[in-house]
Every structure is written in structure tokens, then in C-alpha cells.
Design a protein around this ligand. Structure first.
Ligand SMILES: C/C(=C\C(=O)O)CCOP(=O)(O)O
Length: 130
């Protein structure tokens, strides 16, 4: 179990998709599919739908919050979000879209691609399931 700061309430399970780079949701992610479309991003072509997204944080336009909300409506959103350091764009998007979110994990060594985790955005914890 990894202690975190709780940002957006709720609890969801999913497989991790990890990036060392921040993501701009406006222009960087296709809300129709959940695929990363930023040509310069390390996750270009990868789909974040139904994944647990682990990123350093967000960047870019504040409209990114609404892109996250649109993704939730389209069923293309991540199940949960983990950030190293939450910032207002992604935190607002997660809160208004009911996507569990935490930041400031006490350890990141187990947070690797494809690991199944449960994010508890209410209690501020990540459980490693396998
Ligand atoms: C509200 C904005 C644009 C719109 O309505 O489409 C401005 C967003 O400003 P940023 O500097 O990109 O956050």
C-alpha cells in the first residue's frame, strides 16, 4: 500500500499506464478515443481509456479540465489518475468527472506499466494488486 494525498474521491481498479512527461489534455489527447495524439509525447498512439494514468502532472490549456470531463461522458477516460504533483487543470477535471485521483505517492518503485492497482481517492492510498 502506498500513501498519497487524496485529490478526487472514489475508488477504482485498473492497469497502470505510466509517463515521465506531463500531458496536455487539450490537443494532446483525442477525447473520442482516449488515444494520446501529441506527436512529441512518449505515449503517442497509446490509449488511456480505462487505465490508471500515472504522470508527473498536467500542462497546457485550462480547457484540459473540460476535455477530461468530455472523455468521461464518452467512456474514454482513465479509470483513475495518479500524479507526482497535482495541478489545477487535472485536479479540476478529475473532481468534476468523478475520476478518483491522488498525488504525492510515498513510493513510486512499484508503479510500472501494466501493474494492476486500486486507487483510493477518498482515503489517499494506492493498493498494488498484481
Ligand atoms: C476559456 C478559454 C478558451 C475557450 O473558451 O475556448 C481560454 C483558455 O485559456 P488557456 O490559457 O488556454 O488556459
Amino acid at each position: 500500500m502506498i500513501d498519497c494525498r487524496n485529490i478526487a474521491k472514489g475508488k477504482e481498479k485498473g492497469e497502470l499506464i505510466v509517463s515521465s512527461e506531463p500531458i496536455s489534455f487539450l490537443g494532446g489527447v483525442d477525447p473520442e478515443t482516449g488515444i494520446i495524439i501529441d506527436p512529441n509525447h512518449e505515449l503517442k498512439g497509446k490509449c488511456i481509456k480505462d487505465k490508471v494514468l500515472f504522470i508527473p502532472g498536467g500542462k497546457g490549456s485550462t480547457v484540459g479540465s473540460y476535455v477530461i470531463f468530455q472523455m468521461k461522458k464518452n467512456n474514454t477516460a482513465p479509470k483513475a489518475i495518479i500524479c507526482l504533483n497535482a495541478e489545477p487543470i487535472i485536479a479540476t477535471g478529475a473532481i468534476m468527472s468523478d475520476i478518483p485521483m491522488v498525488d504525492s505517492p510515498s513510493s513510486t518503485k512499484e508503479l510500472k506499466n501494466d501493474v494492476l492497482v486500486e486507487v483510493d481517492g477518498s482515503g489517499g492510498k494506492i493498493n498494488i494488486l498484481g
